[in-house]
Design a protein. Structure first.
Length: 280
C-alpha cells in the first residue's frame, strides 16, 4: 500500500477514478496529526459533513451559489448572436478600419517640421536693445543659478566707464562664456536675468562635429540674438502675457483665502504693491 502511495501522482491519470480513491490513497493512520493531539487521529471515511444552512443562516448564500441570477446579464439570444456572427471580431476590425483612412501622424523631417511652443528652450542667445546696446549688465545671476555650472562670466568696466560689461575670456584656455555640452536646458538663466539679456531660442538644430564648436563665447551668443531677435521678442511678449494672466488669477484666489501659484510670481515691485492692496 505504501509503494502505491508514493507513485500515486504518476498513476492518477491512468487508474480509474474509483480505484484511485480506494487503492491509491493515503491510509487514515498515516495522516498528519493536528497540533494538540498526542495520538493518531481517526478519520471517518466518507464525504465531509456540511453545516446545516438553517442553523448557520447561509441558506440565501447557498441558493445563490447553486442557482445564480442571470436576469441582469446578457440573454441567451445575445450570446448566440455573438457566437454565430462573430461580433467581437467585427468590433475590433472596425477600429482598424477607422484608423486606416486617417491621415498619417508622421512628417517628412527635416523637410517638414512640426510646431514648437513659444516657451521652447533651445540654443542660447544674448539680446541687444533697439539702439544696438548690449542688454547684459554682468550681474552674474545666470552664472550663480546655473545647476550645471555651464556659465562662467568675467566682468570689467566699459571703455567709457558707464557700467560693467562682460569680457570674452572665461572658459579654460578657449575663452568661452557658455559650455553647451554641460547645459541641461532648464531655463533658469533666462528666468534669473533681470533685463532679459540671455534667452533660449527655438533653434534646436545646432549640432557640430567637434566639442570646441559647442563652447560659445560672447560674439557667438550676440550673433544668435541678432539673427532671431524678432522671434525672441514675440515669444517673450506671449510669455509675459501668460504670466500676467496667471498673476491676475492668483491675486483673485488669494483675495478669497487660497493660493494658486508660488510667491516667485511677485518678484515685480509693482505686482507686490497690488497684492498688498488686495490683501488688506
Amino acid at each position: 500500500m505504501r509503494h502505491l502511495t508514493l507513485i500515486r501522482p504518476a498513476l492518477q491519470p491512468i487508474v480509474p477514478r474509483t480505484f484511485a480513491r480506494t487503492l491509491i490513497t493515503t491510509p487514515p493512520r498515516l495522516l498528519a496529526t493536528p497540533s494538540g493531539h498526542t495520538g493518531p487521529q481517526h478519520i471517518t471515511p466518507g464525504p465531509p459533513k456540511s453545516p446545516n444552512p438553517l442553523q448557520t443562516g447561509t441558506q440565501d448564500a447557498i441558493s445563490a451559489q447553486k442557482y445564480p441570477d442571470y436576469s441582469t446579464g446578457p440573454s441567451a439570444i445575445d450570446k448566440a448572436s455573438q457566437l454565430l456572427f462573430l461580433t467581437e471580431i467585427v468590433r475590433g476590425m472596425w477600429v482598424v478600419f477607422e484608423q486606416f483612412f486617417r491621415p498619417p501622424y508622421t512628417i517628412m523631417y527635416p523637410f517638414e517640421k512640426g510646431p514648437l511652443s513659444a516657451r521652447f528652450r533651445g540654443e542660447h542667445a544674448l539680446r541687444r536693445y533697439p539702439n544696438g546696446e548690449e542688454r547684459c549688465i554682468a550681474c552674474k545671476l545666470c552664472e550663480a543659478i546655473c545647476p550645471a555650472q555651464a556659465i562662467t562670466i568675467e566682468s570689467e568696466a566699459r571703455e567709457d566707464g558707464s557700467r560693467r560689461t562682460t569680457r570674452y575670456g572665461c572658459m579654460l584656455t578657449l575663452q568661452k562664456d557658455i559650455d553647451m555640452t554641460k547645459c541641461i536646458y532648464c531655463g533658469f538663466c533666462q528666468e534669473a536675468c533681470p533685463v532679459d539679456a540671455i534667452v533660449e531660442t527655438q533653434n534646436q538644430e545646432f549640432s557640430t562635429e567637434t566639442r570646441e564648436e559647442l563652447l560659445y563665447n560672447k560674439e557667438k551668443l550676440l550673433l544668435n540674438g541678432d539673427r532671431a531677435e524678432a522671434e525672441i521678442a514675440a515669444n517673450l511678449q506671449s510669455e509675459h502675457a501668460l504670466e500676467d494672466s496667471m498673476w491676475e488669477e492668483d491675486v483673485h484666489a488669494r483675495y478669497h483665502g487660497y493660493k494658486m501659484y508660488q510667491d516667485t510670481l511677485y518678484n515685480d515691485p509693482a505686482r507686490n504693491g497690488v497684492l498688498s492692496t488686495c490683501m488688506r
